[in-house]
Design a binder for this molecule. Structure first.
Ligand code: NAP
Length: 256
């Protein structure tokens, strides 16, 4: 059955600069496009520049503004350089979405040091590096919206994902702490915890496992990337100024 198109939230982000990590595909791409369609100028960040160019051109063809920044989120020099370039040349940074993430699943007895480190480094250290770098222009402007894409795995745990769950639970603690640190400067820091969303990441599960997942979800379907993007639009908007340190699940009721 073809997925139904999601009605997008209408928010006005014109004049604002947004940076989305992991914008080359999946959830990050949907977030970047939604922010661009809402009037923000979007810095699209990931390692694969060619894929980012496609996303930026989609935003531009729809009348929006976007730029491409090739960057490995685990590399602090690259992260600092991207944030400095965006904040200086585009004149500020109001919205940061820490979305880049990977899985490397295996049960704990077989979990290698490399599998542990690469998942923690991409998912948690990446969010830390971008948030630290973005905190300077946001504190200076006394305004900001930071949105961290965590996962229901960080809330519930998931067999085979000790590294991933630890990274996503870490992002939740990180979100709540930075929300407390920056709240007085009109900077909000929130997290979104998606359940199973249709992307390349969940396509890797294969059809049989996907059917099993659907049985566990009260909505009896996987989520759409635009359903996550809509939540980002709300949290990124000026209307959400009193929402801070919150973890919003978007999981069809799986963790209810
Ligand atoms: P995806 O399709 O695999 O996309 C991951 C994105 O992260 C890509 O744009 C990738 O771009 C980027 N990325 C990975 N490592 C990177 C690095 N070292 N530096 C820069 N960019 C990097 O994943 P997705 O399903 O859209 O997931 C997006 C986020 O949502 C992740 O944080 C994921 O954990 C979370 N999430 C997803 C689901 C789901 O069901 N899909 C559920 C809960 C949470 P490059 O390869 O070009 O670098």
């Amino acid at each position: 059955m073809a997925a139904q198109a999601t009605e997008m939230l209408s928010v006005d982000l014109s004049g604002q600069i947004a940076l989305v990590t992991g914008a080359s595909r999946g959830i990050g791409k949907a977030i970047a496009v939604a922010l661009g369609q809402s009037g923000a100028k979007v810095a699209c960040v990931a390692r694969q520049r060619e894929k980012l160019e496609e996303v930026a051109s989609q935003i531009q063809k729809a009348g929006g503004e976007a730029g491409v920044f090739g960057c490995d989120v685990t590399n602090s020099e690259e992260v600092n350089a991207v944030v400095e370039q965006v904040a200086n040349e585009w004149d500020g940074l109001q919205i940061l979405v820490n979305n880049a993430g990977i899985t490397q699943d295996t049960l704990i007895p077989r979990m290698s040091d490399e599998q542990w480190d690469s998942v923690l480094n991409t998912n948690l250290r990446g969010a830390f590096l971008f948030t630290r770098a973005a905190s300077f222009p946001m504190m200076q402007a006394r305004y900001g919206r930071i949105i961290n894409i965590t996962s229901v795995s960080g809330l519930m745990g998931n067999p085979g994902q000790s590294n991933y769950s630890a990274s996503k639970a870490g992002m939740i603690g990180f979100t709540r702490t930075v929300a407390r640190e920056l709240g007085s400067r009109k900077i909000t820091v929130n997290a979104i915890a998606p359940g199973f969303i249709e992307t390349e990441m969940t396509a890797a599960l294969g059809p049989a496992l996907q059917e099993e997942v659907k049985k566990r979800v009260p909505a009896k379907r996987l989520g759409q990337t635009d359903e996550v993007a809509n939540a980002v639009l709300f949290l990124a908007s000026k209307s959400a100024g009193y929402v801070n340190g919150h973890v919003l699940t978007i999981d069809g009721g799986m963790t209810a």
